[in-house]
Design a protein around this ligand. Structure first.
Ligand SMILES: NC(=O)c1ccc[n+]([C@@H]2O[C@H](COP(=O)([O-])OP(=O)(O)OC[C@H]3O[C@@H](n4cnc5c(N)ncnc54)[C@H](O)[C@@H]3O)[C@@H](O)[C@H]2O)c1
Length: 358
């Protein structure tokens, strides 16, 4: 335990797959919030809430030995009333985010770490941001692959000029636009803006389809539309950079990107070794990669959250940064549902409700 740095009080709402299911205390790089809290070692995991008894029991069985002091609640209100947390992670499914987030924000944590997809409509996002401003809380959205150590490492190298000024980025990933493909939309933006942090997406154009039999849409409620799947998306940035997001037809699966710069190109993603080439196609050395410690993206994300709570910079994917990704996602949906028209950002239509059940 790091005794020289302050520790913060953390809570998790929803004890399913992403909260504690993907990984275990024994994993070197668990892909879940509990694992991130454990390895980051700046938080006391004070409490968690889930109405489902099997979820609480499953957590106790797997994580009880490393988190013996975590109080488990059936009821989220009871948990929020028990103390004021520094950070609350919201890990329920997308259609529950809005109601749960309103309750969490009213309890005034300093930061809410919200699982993607943040909201089912842009109107919900606007309302949550207004409430967060009122209570003085930051919202960080878990486009979690963003914090993969190898992705952050390559981002730093590209910022430092590895391939010169970025000109275009191609990201690879298909699937539900907000619930799944958004990880790669975020990756495209992470690298499209790496050499110009002030650049912003101006307009998008997309093609996709509405799946007829999506199991995640079976219990869709009245007033919601089924979440479309992505075939391709182009994003025009204010400095002329072009982001293209295609399906998983590249040669390295999903969740990676090719980044083209004035002096070469780079390939980056959570599941691939970072690579770079100069303009002649000769490999460029990726400095420091072999010494990189990898305890998973959630450890890195919680480290950034701890730095923010110490008084430092906001974590990546917070507030205006996640708004950027969510506007692109909803713009892509507008475009898909309107025959591939160009959609200017920010979106005019803020009331379309998508059953984003990822
Ligand atoms: N970042 C990633 O890579 C990633 C991966 C998987 C899922 N997710 C996201 O995480 C979220 C949860 O997905 P999941 O697959 O873990 O779902 P899940 O169904 O496995 O778990 C959700 C849990 O929330 C609980 N819950 C529901 N309503 C609640 C409430 N009001 N209060 C407290 N608990 C409540 C349920 O009982 C369940 O245990 C979704 O937004 C999903 O998109 C992110």
């Amino acid at each position: 335990m790091n005794e020289s740095l302050p520790r913060y009080r953390a809570a998790i709402i929803g004890l399913g797959a992403i909260a504690q299911g993907y990984g275990s205390p024994e994993c070197a790089a668990p892909y879940c919030h509990a694992g991130g809290l454990l390895h980051c070692d700046r938080f006391d995991f004070a409490a968690a809430a889930d109405p489902f008894p099997a979820a609480r029991e499953g957590f106790r069985e797997k994580w009880g030995a490393v988190f013996p002091d975590t109080t488990l609640f059936e009821n989220l209100e009871a948990m929020l009333a028990s103390e004021r947390f520094d950070v609350v992670a919201v890990c329920v499914r997308g259609p529950h985010h809005f109601e749960v987030m309103k309750r969490v924000l009213r309890a005034r944590p300093r930061l809410v770490f919200l699982e993607k997809p943040p909201t089912c409509s842009l109107a919900e996002m606007d309302e949550l941001l207004a409430l967060a401003r009122e209570v003085g809380a930051a919202i960080t959205v878990s486009y979690s692959r963003h914090w993969s150590p190898r992705v952050l490492w390559m981002e730093r190298l590209v910022q430092d000029g590895l391939i010169g000024r970025v000109q275009s980025v191609i990201g690879y990933c298909d699937g539900a636009i907000l619930s799944y493909a958004s990880h790669t939309t975020d990756l495209v933006c992470q690298f499209a803006t790496a050499t110009n942090q002030n650049s912003r997406a101006l307009r998008v154009r997309a093609r996709g389809f509405v799946p007829p039999d999506d199991p995640r849409s079976q219990n869709i409620e009245a007033g919601f539309e089924i979440e479309p799947r992505l075939e391709h998306l182009s994003i025009e940035f204010s400095d002329g950079v072009l982001g293209v997001h295609v399906g998983s037809h590249g040669d390295a699966g999903s969740f990676y990107a090719d980044v083209f710069g004035e002096r070469g190109r780079a390939r980056v993603g959570m599941y691939i070794e970072p690579q770079a080439w100069d303009l002649e196609g000769k490999p460029v050395e990726i400095r420091g990669f072999c010494e990189l410690e990898d305890k998973g993206p959630f450890t890195q994300a919680y480290r950034q959250i701890a730095v923010f709570l110490d008084g430092g910079a906001k974590p990546d994917c917070s507030d205006e940064a996640f708004v950027h990704i969510n506007e692109i996602g909803f713009g892509a949906i507008e475009s898909v549902l309107d025959g591939g028209k160009v959609v200017e950002l920010p979106n005019q239509n803020r009331t379309r409700r998508i059953w984003a059940n990822g």
